[in-house]
Design a protein around this ligand. Structure first.
Ligand SMILES: NC(=O)c1ccc[n+]([C@@H]2O[C@H](COP(=O)([O-])OP(=O)(O)OC[C@H]3O[C@@H](n4cnc5c(N)ncnc54)[C@H](OP(=O)(O)O)[C@@H]3O)[C@@H](O)[C@H]2O)c1
Length: 225
């Protein structure tokens, strides 16, 4: 099975890529806007592609059965990748007739239309649902170990800071756990304990959504940061 990882150079995307490489019988193709360089790992085929350039996506998706995307623009560059780029990617996946699209979304994105990157995830989810492409959407909570801000720094010295009042419910994930879940979603969408990805909030045939809840992502490993 050939899997295309979009966002494969990212902090989380790199972990998803490495998880997939560890699986036997999976040919991993990794996409980046940067020109491919000789890979230290011969198990990865690098391909140049830009979510803003549909023709490059058609080329990247040739022979691909499953596409996994954790790519985003809003964290470091532009929100356009999250709107137009995701639209291009869904349309290209439909043209390529991929068997599954695993999309990394954000918990409760439908309830925060005023937050641009949440809204972008909801728009992308809706495009995916309206397409004929089978999908697994993994709606992740906040990352505990990736931020450079007060949260991760606080945890390292034994303090846990959270935003909001005391009644605000938060959930967090460690990115190693999330990357493992997303990789498993690419390969076995309903098996191998995938419910660790979150609660199953929708499942019709091959159209599946997992959403996190505090129970699914206990903050039990913070001592390992
Ligand atoms: N942080 C949180 O608390 C949180 C919570 C829930 C969900 N999430 C989601 O988790 C993901 C974070 O992933 P990450 O840590 O790997 O992100 P990252 O480190 O910011 O990496 C961004 C990736 O997106 C790719 N990318 C950006 N624009 C692109 C374009 N136009 N065409 C193709 N690729 C493009 C980049 O590839 P190149 O630069 O190599 O082209 C890179 O691989 C996001 O989807 C985010 O929404 C985050």
């Amino acid at each position: 099975m050939r899997v295309l990882v979009v966002g494969a150079t990212g902090s989380l995307g790199g972990k998803i890529r490495r998880n997939l490489v560890a699986h036997k019988n999976v040919a991993v193709r990794a996409m980046s806007r940067k020109a491919p360089v000789a890979s230290a790992n011969p198990d990865v085929e690098w391909v140049q592609g830009d979510m803003m350039a549909p023709a490059s996506l058609d080329a990247a998706l040739q022979g691909v059965e499953v596409v996994v995307s954790s790519a985003n623009g809003y964290m470091k560059e532009t929100l356009e990748a999250d709107f137009a780029g995701n639209k291009n990617l869904v349309e290209a996946a439909a043209r390529a007739r991929v068997k599954r699209f695993v999309f990394l979304s954000i918990v409760r994105c439908e309830q925060a239309s005023g937050v641009p990157h949440f809204h972008a995830k909801k728009v992308a989810e809706d495009l995916l649902k309206a397409s004929k492409v089978p999908y697994v959407i993994v709606r992740a909570p906040a990352f505990l170990d990736q931020s450079q801000d007060y949260m991760a720094e606080g945890v390292k010295v034994g303090r846990f800071y959270a935003v909001g009042d005391r009644m605000t419910k938060w959930s967090y994930v460690l990115t190693d756990d999330l990357a493992s879940c997303v990789a498993r979603a690419a390969l076995y969408p309903r098996r191998h304990g995938l419910t660790a990805c979150g609660n199953l909030v929708q499942a019709h045939d091959d159209r599946v959504i997992f959403e996190s809840s505090p129970d699914n992502f206990p903050v039990s490993d913070i001592h390992s940061l």
